[in-house]
Write a protein that binds this ligand. Structure first.
Ligand SMILES: NC(=O)c1ccc[n+]([C@@H]2O[C@H](COP(=O)([O-])OP(=O)(O)OC[C@H]3O[C@@H](n4cnc5c(N)ncnc54)[C@H](O)[C@@H]3O)[C@@H](O)[C@H]2O)c1
Length: 338
C-alpha cells in the first residue's frame, strides 16, 4: 500500500474482522483515526466492517487487506506502515477446537506474532509510535487455576509459566517476544492480558467459545439438544467486548511501557449460572444435559485488575446478564436471517 495514504493518526488492527477487532475498528473510526485492517478471514468476516445500515466503517477496497500473517512477506507489506498497531490476529476458538488442534494453534500463533513483531522491528521506532498486543488469562499457570474459589490472579504470577494449553503457551510466547522487541527497539509497547471475552459479532459455529455456543443451542432448542460440555462447575471471569474496547482505547493513551496489564473482573461466574441465565433469556423450557466426557479446561480464574485501574483508569462496566441478553438477541437474529 502506498505510504501517502496514511495520515497522522493511522492505525493497523490485525485481526480487525474478528469480534474484538471489528468493535475496535468501529470505535477508532468514529474517533477520527485512519484505520487499516489486516485479516485472513479465518474466523472474522468483512461484513463485520459494516454498520447496521450497511455502510462501510472503513473503505474495504483501500483499508482492508486480506492477508495471512503467517506469511512473512505478506505481513511486511501491511505491518509497519501505520503510526500505531493493535495486534489482535490469532487463531482463537472454543475449548474443543483448541484441545484437538494444539500443535497447529501453537505454530500458527507463534508465526503470526513473530512475523508481526519482526515487521514492526524493521519499520523501527521512527515509524511506529506504539504497538499493543493482547495476551490471555489462559497463559497463567494451570496450578493457579485448579481451585473452584480462586484468589484473583496478579500479573506477576504468569511466571514460572506452565499454562494448560498450547493456545496459552503460544500467546505467552508472543508476550515474551514483544517484551524483547520493546527493550531492543524502544518502540512503546503494551500487552493487555484478557480474560474470557464475549459479545458480538460472535462466531457461534463449531469453533465458537462457550457463551455463543450455549446461546446457539438455546436458540435452536428443541431442534438441537442443549448439551453443556463438562459438569458446569468451571468458572470464568467473563468480560464484555465493549469493556475490552475501552481498555484498548485507554491503553493507546496511557498503557505504554508498563508491561502486561490484566483486563477482567475480580469475580468469576460458573458455567451453570451462565446456562441458567441463557435459558431464562430464551424463555424456553430447556433442561440442559451436562456431558462430563467433554473437555472443560481449567477450573476457575478471575482477575486482580488493580493495575488496569491504576494505569488505565479501567474497570468492567457491562453487567453479565445485560451482555448475555444483547448477545442472545444478535445470535437469534443472525440464525433467523440465515
Ligand atoms: N475472545 C477471548 O475470550 C479472548 C481472550 C483472551 C485473549 N483474546 C485475544 O484477543 C484477540 C482477538 O480475539 P477475538 O476474540 O476477537 O477472536 P476472533 O477470532 O474473533 O478474532 C481474531 C481474528 O484474527 C484473524 N486471523 C486468524 N488467523 C489469521 C492469520 N493467519 N492472518 C490474519 N488474520 C488472522 C481471524 O480471522 C479473526 O478475524 C486474539 O489475539 C485472542 O488471542 C481473546
Amino acid at each position: 500500500m502506498p505510504a501517502s495514504v496514511y495520515k497522522k493518526k493511522s492505525i493497523l488492527i490485525t485481526g480487525g474482522c474478528g469480534m474484538i477487532g471489528s468493535n475496535l475498528v468501529r470505535r477508532l473510526s468514529k474517533e477520527g483515526w485512519e484505520v487499516f485492517v489486516a485479516d485472513n478471514l479465518w474466523r472474522g468476516k468483512v461484513g463485520y466492517l459494516y454498520d447496521e445500515e450497511g455502510n462501510a466503517v472503513i473503505d474495504p477496497d483501500s483499508h482492508f487487506f486480506n492477508v495471512d500473517l503467517c506469511d512473512p512477506d505478506a505481513c511486511e507489506k501491511v505491518v509497519g506502515r501505520t503510526d500505531y498497531i493493535v495486534h489482535l490476529a490469532a487463531r482463537v476458538a472454543g475449548i474443543e477446537y483448541v484441545f484437538r488442534n494444539q500443535g497447529e494453534i501453537f505454530r500458527i500463533n507463534n508465526l503470526i506474532n513473530s512475523n508481526v513483531f519482526h515487521a514492526a522491528r524493521k519499520a523501527g521506532r521512527d515509524k511506529i509510535k506504539g504497538l499493543i498486543y493482547v495476551g490471555t488469562a489462559c497463559s497463567f499457570p494451570a496450578a493457579r487455576q485448579n481451585n473452584s474459589n480462586p484468589e484473583p490472579l496478579r500479573e506477576e504470577e504468569l511466571f514460572p509459566a506452565y499454562p494448560e494449553s498450547a493456545y496459552g503457551w503460544s500467546k505467552l510466547m508472543g508476550q515474551l517476544e514483544l517484551d524483547y522487541l520493546e527493550k531492543e527497539t524502544g518502540i512503546p509497547c503494551c500487552t493487555l492480558l484478557l480474560h474470557n471475552v464475549y459479545g458480538t459479532p460472535a462466531d457461534y459455529g463449531c469453533r465458537s467459545q462457550v457463551i455463543p455456543a450455549l446461546i446457539r443451542k438455546a436458540v435452536l432448542f428443541p431442534k438441537e439438544e442443549f448439551i453443556v460440555m463438562g459438569e458446569g462447575d468451571q468458572k470464568r471471569a467473563f468480560i464484555h467486548v465493549d469493556d475490552v474496547t475501552e481498555a484498548i482505547l485507554s491503553a493507546l493513551e496511557r498503557g505504554w511501557g508498563k508491561g502486561c496489564i490484566q483486563i477482567g473482573p475480580s469475580y468469576c461466574t460458573g458455567i451453570r449460572e451462565v446456562v441458567e441465565t441463557i435459558i431464562r433469556i430464551s424463555g424456553k423450557k430447556i433442561v440442559p444435559r451436562f456431558d462430563p466426557s467433554k473437555p472443560e479446561g481449567d477450573k476457575a480464574r478471575c482477575a486482580d485488575y488493580s493495575k488496569a485501574k491504576e494505569i488505565l483508569g479501567w474497570e468492567p462496566e457491562v453487567d453479565l446478564e445485560e451482555g448475555l441478553l444483547r448477545c442472545y438477541k444478535w445470535i437469534e437474529k443472525s440464525i433467523i436471517n440465515g
